[in-house]
Design a protein around this ligand. Sequence first.
Ligand SMILES: [Zn+2]
Length: 264
Amino acid sequence: MQYAGVLTKMQTEHTNPINYYLVFKSHFIHINQLLDKTITLQFTGYECLGCGQNKKIFRQGYCYDDFYKLPNAGDWIMRPELSKAHLDIEDRDLTYEKKAQLQPHVVYLANSSNIKVGVTRKSQVPTRWIDQGAHEAIEIVEVPNRYLAGITEVALKEHIADKTNWRKMLTNTITNETLEDAKANLKQYIPEEALPYFIENNKETAIHFPVLEYPEKVKSLNLTKTPEYTGKIKGVKGQYLIFEDNTVFNVRNHEGFVVSIKIS
Ligand SMILES: [Zn+2]
């Protein structure tokens, strides 16, 4: 079987284990069914997720021009504390920014290799946690806009990590933490404006990934440097495919890449 299409991040379903889908324009691949199968990935060109042209991808699936132009690639995406739509101040497109920023957001703790704090739109729970490869996570506050979530994250990351170690996540070098306790300890550092939105008495969410075998160490596949790769899939965690020879492939880092996938 052979498929071809432009890569976007894998879609997921919060089942046990997580279901992963690679969605192309006219068809999709249920990745869980590829476990223990050998696939060949071949990089054939680019298709920018903005303009659709065959232009080199710069970041987040966009060509250089689109990354610095489109409203959904503004700085407030990666740094929520820079959000300004609640003040009626435009970054690139105020209508878009109001829709994206003025909606419920969650600040959470997720554990994928260590406990980290993060921000997401409420509608992206638990998708965001699955994408990060977190095996457990808990909401801390649910606030009405992205700015409040951003300043809460900034305050909390003085006291807890805001990054994960993807190598440890993929080798499953993890510990189980009591996130309820970590959350309770952090309450004292939440900014006053966000404190009324603290969530009491919630429980952590457990996430189970479809992995048959974790690698002992990992080497990352970069399709720009290695345009063709063949390997046997042993699992999926976060947005990574894990292969038998310790190769891992970050699908999200290859958004906008056109590939053909042959399943043998
Ligand atoms: Zn473009």
